[in-house]
Design a protein around this ligand. Structure first.
Ligand code: 5GP
Ligand code: ZN
Length: 114
């Protein structure tokens, strides 16, 4: 057992609004949305961050990206555009140490990010 909040969500021990879910990958709405569309795509498996990914997980990472792409389509932001963000480590702004991709859209994004 671990005390990871995303593992608990993946196990349905903590409620979340699921957008998609399969054996490998899940997608939930962010509890504190930063854009009209703000979905988190995460592996069911506990991987801490991009810094921990191994070549054996290339397929899983590819699947996560395709899930993000499919949700962008479902949410109607694939043509207007969207942003994928993967905060990594402390200086990268990561606050939940379970790998996830932020899918943000539905408004104009700005650059540089904070
Ligand atoms: P990070 O800061 O690690 O890149 O992103 C973590 C994200 O998870 C934040 O945007 C935060 O709002 C979201 N988050 C934290 N706890 C929960 C939770 O219990 N449920 C959901 N749906 N999102 C959460
Ligand atoms: Zn976890």
């Amino acid at each position: 057992m671990n005390d990871c909040i995303f593992c608990a969500i993946a196990a349905h021990e903590i409620p979340a609004t699921f957008v998609r879910e399969d054996d490998e990958v899940l997608a939930i709405r962010d509890v504190n949305p930063q854009a009209p569309v703000h979905v988190l795509i995460l592996p069911r498996e506990h991987i801490e961050s991009v810094a921990e990914l191994t070549p054996s997980q290339d397929g899983l990472w590819g699947r996560m990206l395709h899930v993000a792409q499919a949700i962008a389509e479902d949410e109607g932001i694939d043509e207007t555009g969207f942003r994928l963000v993967v905060n990594t480590g402390k200086a990268g702004g990561q606050t939940v140490d379970h790998l996830h991709i932020h899918l943000l859209g539905g408004r104009q994004m700005t650059w540089p990010p904070g």
